[in-house]
Design a protein around this ligand. Structure first.
Ligand code: UDP
Length: 253
């Protein structure tokens, strides 16, 4: 079969032309990067896990009326999604102080926040994705005030949904990042959740033990990243339990 035409290759995903207008194919790679790609490794199976996990979260969001780009999964590593114009702002929502915010403001990691905090970061690797305010976004034409209001509303709805889903399997949603895209219906534009939602873009802590089940395992050399993501996928029922755990078919040697 002729290979699809590549549109864009990022650090963790490749975007190919879709089979019909207005669609693209999102391919999940096994590459793990951190600190603006200064740290890189290939983690076998990560792409498969993130494809399934992102499908799970986006399908759930679609079902409760939060619009996303997700159409359907195509295979182990690929999903069909709506083509969007990505707004060049990463939207981060935080429930608990961690990572860059804990460091910047001198707050101990793990401190619960009195309310969710939404932040914007300008997507520019050369500048290391600097944090920006709504004023910058409007002044430089990245998003309008109504866009930003809609983005905050979408991000908070994703936060409520994901927090609940994670709580149901004993995981605390500390923070996460989403990207939002524009689609055009004639003269009208709509904003929808795009890119991916996976342990690559969330901080997930076991509620009982505090164990990290997200990309910090890689960033901070805490263990095997694929094992952590498998744990999340297994708890959510997205992946079958590992062979040897008593359920499902056993590998015969
Ligand atoms: N995040 C992400 N991509 C980025 C930066 C951050 O997915 O380029 C996610 C990160 O995994 C975490 C949240 O956004 O869940 C907040 O990240 P933070 O600002 O604390 O930065 P970090 O400590 O990851 O550098």
């Amino acid at each position: 079969m002729a290979r699809r035409k590549m549109i864009y290759e990022g650090k963790a995903k490749i975007i190919y032309e879709g089979p019909e207008p207005g669609t693209v194919v999102q391919y999940f790679k096994d590459d793990a990067t951190a600190f603006n790609a200064e740290k890189h490794a290939v983690v076998e199976g990560k792409g498969v896990l993130n494809n399934r996990l992102s499908e799970h979260f986006m399908t759930g969001l679609n079902a409760i009326g939060v619009p996303t780009h997700f159409i359907r999964r195509l295979n182990m590593r690929e999903q069909l999604v709506r083509a969007v114009e990505i707004i060049p702002l990463e939207v981060v929502v935080r429930n608990v102080a961690a990572g860059s915010m804990a460091k910047r403001l001198g707050i101990e990691e793990g401190t619960s926040l009195p309310r969710p905090i939404v932040e914007f970061y300008y997507k520019d690797d050369a500048l290391n994705d600097p944090m920006v305010t709504e004023e910058h976004a409007i002044a430089f034409g990245w998003a309008s005030q109504p866009d930003l209001d809609e983005m905050i509303s979408l991000a908070l709805r994703v936060n409520d949904f994901l927090s609940g889903v994670m709580f149901g399997v004993g995981i605390k949603l500390v923070d996460f990042k989403i990207e939002i895209g524009r689609i055009f219906d004639g003269d009208f534009q709509r904003l929808i959740v795009a890119d991916e939602i996976s342990p690559d873009s969330c901080r997930l802590w076991d509620i009982e033990t505090g164990e990290k089940l997200d990309k910090d395992v890689f960033r901070r050399d805490l263990g095997n990243l694929a094992d952590a993501y498998t744990e999340v996928a297994t708890r959510l029922g997205v992946m079958p339990k590992k062979s040897g755990s008593g359920n499902g078919p056993k590998l015969v040697h």
